[in-house]
Design a protein around this ligand. Sequence first.
Ligand SMILES: NC(=O)C1=CN([C@@H]2O[C@H](COP(=O)(O)OP(=O)(O)OC[C@H]3O[C@@H](n4cnc5c(N)ncnc54)[C@H](O)[C@@H]3O)[C@@H](O)[C@H]2O)C=CC1
Ligand SMILES: O=C(CO)COP(=O)(O)O
Length: 358
Amino acid sequence: MTSPVTDSTPEFQPCTITVLGGGSFGTALADIAARKGHVVRQWMRSEEQAAEMNRTHINQRYLPEYEVSEQIEATSNFDYAVSGCDLIFVAIPSQHFRSVVSRLQGKVGEAMIISTTKGVEAETFDLMSEILHEEVPGSRIGVLSGPNLAKEIMARQITATVIASEDEELCQLVQDILHCDYFRVYSNHDRYGVELGGALKNIYAIVAGLATALGMGDNTRSMLITRGLAEMSRFAVKLGANPLTFLGLAGVGDLIVTCESRLSRNFRVGYALGEGKSLEQAQQELGQVAEGVNTLSLVRAKAREMDVYMPIVDGLYAIIIENKNIRDVTSTMMMREQKTDVEFLLQDNIMAQNSVTH
Ligand SMILES: NC(=O)C1=CN([C@@H]2O[C@H](COP(=O)(O)OP(=O)(O)OC[C@H]3O[C@@H](n4cnc5c(N)ncnc54)[C@H](O)[C@@H]3O)[C@@H](O)[C@H]2O)C=CC1
Ligand SMILES: O=C(CO)COP(=O)(O)O
């Protein structure tokens, strides 16, 4: 049995927190909050899964190796789960996000709502916090994103995340709720950039998994991560995000962890593809969400519409959707026109400034 980390500081104020989603990340967040002494309800679709979790304190399907706090109350009763809570974390895969959060309408009073989902909606290209704005108008909204592999959080590996919102009070509350000796929460006001970073990096994790399975080296993976970052930032800037956000935990931080870790489901899908499995087989064997697969097609279409150069996205799409030969695609990518290393103009601005001051 793991020891509690209950917050015993005099200023500690227990909150009532609801987590929507019975998967790995929802469970990891519920566990942190419950161990800190908050009242935590975790909503999941399956009545049997909820009953089993309350009985055994183990999420058998998603995190069978870890015992969760006995203080988490799992429930399949949605209205009960969200009644009278102060804050809601939503950890539902992007494809089902709207259908679940639309049920919050008129039920949540003043509760703040935080999306933890790293994906894009197919029909609208909406990010999850935009869906929250549409489905629960008037609510206070934030996004939690960063290098946060659920299993490492459950193992109490030291981890940092980002809470992003224009709402300063919301950021402060989430920091207070989740901060403990193994989990640090940084704030950022660029909600859109933070959220976009979390969604985009999944694509490059698939590429990294694929490259690793094919026996490509560390030089290759480093190139993929760095050029992936350039591509992500280029795309995000075109959509109006701040490229500097991509230098933080929710950008390069999350990109590194998902491109380097075999715990990443997106990496694992890529790895399985590299072993010659079909996309369907890879997803089926995973049995959990790998958001990057859907995000890939959506981002490729959007990049074409906006005329953004994304060769890695194009290459992965050619391999896994158009079934092109991996070696041919890689060779075409390598033989493309040579580009400059760093493309943003910050450096030019600094040099221009220096030439004035020196
Ligand atoms: N697992 C991780 O390490 C992290 C995951 N995330 C993000 O969190 C989101 C959720 O991921 P996980 O919890 O890992 O996924 P998961 O695959 O472990 O679990 C997904 C959960 O959503 C539930 N679900 C699916 N459709 C539903 C519906 N229509 N109604 C109600 N529940 C439904 C499933 O039953 C399951 O409990 C994803 O967008 C992921 O990118 C973010 C950070 C870390
Ligand atoms: O977002 C994550 C880590 O920050 C989890 O990545 P996967 O969804 O690829 O497992």
